[in-house]
Design a protein around this ligand. Structure first.
Ligand SMILES: *Cc1c(COP(=O)(O)O)cnc(C)c1O
Length: 479
């Protein structure tokens, strides 16, 4: 492509991008296509001769856009948000243009040095103690994997990487039953075995019970196993529960277990001092992760991983073949040694853009507003006679269900709420996802989209009530 052509196309696409951002509310939130529909619109094989960019872009709009779920829609209340913002998108354009592969300091000193700097900005913004060093990972799953691998190496006296785990006592890992599924996956990948993962019972607030942790560790030690790692959750995915870090850290310290804190979503709320109670006791943690790509207006991917002992992480992951040596090896940070993939994008730039453009005060106001909106919505649900909260509003997330008078059968209620969820999402007006709370089917409501305002939350609540009350529970009961 000639540069003049690139310039023209880029201007046209930026116009489209701005129109998209301004008009995203006109789209159905969740894609409304059945499986296979988009694939059927795409050519069976690659073109032999190059095509005109105008034609490609027209096909993007016609054939691809219907298969997009609009995560940047202000009526997106599903999963957790993956919110973005204009400054973040601008930075991504520059990152893509530079096309730098930032595996070593030398392969782009600015990327490495900015990463160190903005992660320390984030550390200060979240109230993490000094001494935590940060790195950007692609996901919280990857950060937790790095934590488990470091824990594994520590627990094996740094023998796991060399000798494998055969001949070692079984290494055990602990989290609450509300902990994220990425921990299960990471335990599998780290070769620790899911049989050695303890998902412990929780208290009435869905938080890890320290006594249950203590007991599980004692039982494992008695059986000859070696407790290697505890993953505490701050803001669990299902209900937003917060594990008691201070008590958990105390137990870890006593047993020499590594403590990793998974705050993938809720970490962003720590920029508000009134939420720092959630990390009371964080001094005892070995590592901490949260995702600016969830709730800090920085588009996917950008996961902030903080470690207390970077040397332990590097010792776990570094490999130095001849072709990756550089004159500065050992003097500078080579972030390739801090993560599983070798190659890395220049992801710090978008954080730098976002934090500088908005400033901490504005980011705080936006997060505080999301929390306030979620609380308001939860209060409406609680006040409605035919709805109930199944888990209270934690941070900016609550779980509820429709429960009309006279229906008490749990299977019928489950089916009714499942039907409600599908009808709401099929309408395209909003997007919610499901959960199980105490065995009951629940609808999760998470507020955190960049553009979400009170009117979107109000409209969602209106749609939920109207759709629920139009359902006929008898047809479901008869199924
Ligand atoms: C979203 C989430 C994850 C996974 O995040 P990825 O960045 O997609 O890997 C892990 N833990 C918790 C608590 C989460 O909410």
């Amino acid at each position: 492509m000639e540069i003049d052509e690139f310039r023209r196309q880029a201007h046209e696409m930026v116009d489209w991008m701005a129109d998209y951002m301004a008009g995203v509310e006109a789209y159905p939130v969740r894609a409304q296509v059945p499986p296979g529909e988009i694939a059927a619109r795409l050519a069976d094989g690659p073109p032999v001769e190059g095509e005109d960019m105008g034609a490609i872009f027209a096909d993007f709009q016609r054939d691809v856009m219907p298969g997009i779920t609009h995560w940047q829609h202000p009526s997106f209340f599903a999963y957790f948000p993956a919110n973005s913002s204009p400054p973040s998108v601008l930075a991504e354009m520059l990152t893509a243009t530079l096309g730098a592969q930032c595996m070593l300091w030398q392969t782009s000193p600015a990327a490495t040095e900015m990463e160190t700097r903005v992660l320390d900005w984030l550390r200060q913004m979240c109230g993490l103690p000094e001494g935590f060093a940060g790195v950007i990972q692609d996901s919280a799953s990857s950060a937790t994997l790095c934590a488990l691998l470091t824990a594994r190496e520590r627990a094996t006296g740094w023998r796991g990487n060399e000798a494998g785990l055969a001949g070692q006592p079984a290494l055990t890992v602990y989290g609450s039953e509300q902990a994220h599924s990425s921990i299960d996956k990471d335990v599998m990948i780290a070769g620790l075995g899911r049989d050695n993962l303890r998902k412990l019972p929780v208290d009435a607030d869905f938080a890890l019970r320290p006594e249950a942790l203590e007991q599980a560790i004692a039982a494992d030690i008695a059986a000859g196993r070696k407790p290697a790692c505890v993953v505490a959750t701050v803001g669990s995915t299902g209900v937003g529960a917060v594990d008691p870090l201070r008590a958990v850290g105390e137990i870890c310290r006593r047993h020499g277990a590594y403590l990793h804190v998974d705050a993938a979503w809720a970490g962003s709320a720590l920029i508000l001092p009134e939420w720092r109670w959630m990390i009371d006791g964080i001094e005892a943690a070995d590592s901490f992760v949260f995702n600016p790509h969830k709730w800090l207006f920085t588009n996917f991917d950008c996961s902030a991983h903080f470690v207390r002992e970077p040397d332990d992480l590097v010792r776990t992951l570094s490999i130095l073949p001849e072709y990756l040596k550089s004159r500065e090896t050992g003097e500078v940070i080579d972030y390739r040694d801090w993560s599983v993939p070798l190659g890395r994008r220049f992801r710090a730039l978008k954080l730098w853009f976002v934090i500088r453009h908005y400033g901490v005060a504005c980011l705080q106001r936006r997060i505080a507003r999301h929390i306030e909106l979620a609380r308001e919505a939860a209060a409406w649900v609680e006040a409605a006679e035919d709805f109930e909260l199944l888990a209270p509003c934690n941070i900016a997330l609550f779980n509820f269900r429709y429960r009309p008078a006279g229906i008490d059968d749990s299977d019928v209620l489950d089916r009714l709420n499942e039907a409600l969820l599908h009808q709401l999402n099929d309408s395209g007006a909003l997007y919610l996802t499901q959960n199980k709370v105490g065995g009951a089917y629940a609808i999760r409501f998470a507020v955190g989209q960049t553009g979400t305002e009170q009117r979107h939350v109000e409209a969602a609540w209106q749609a939920i009530q109207a759709t629920a009350r139009a359902l006929d529970p008898r047809t479901l009961a008869a199924e």
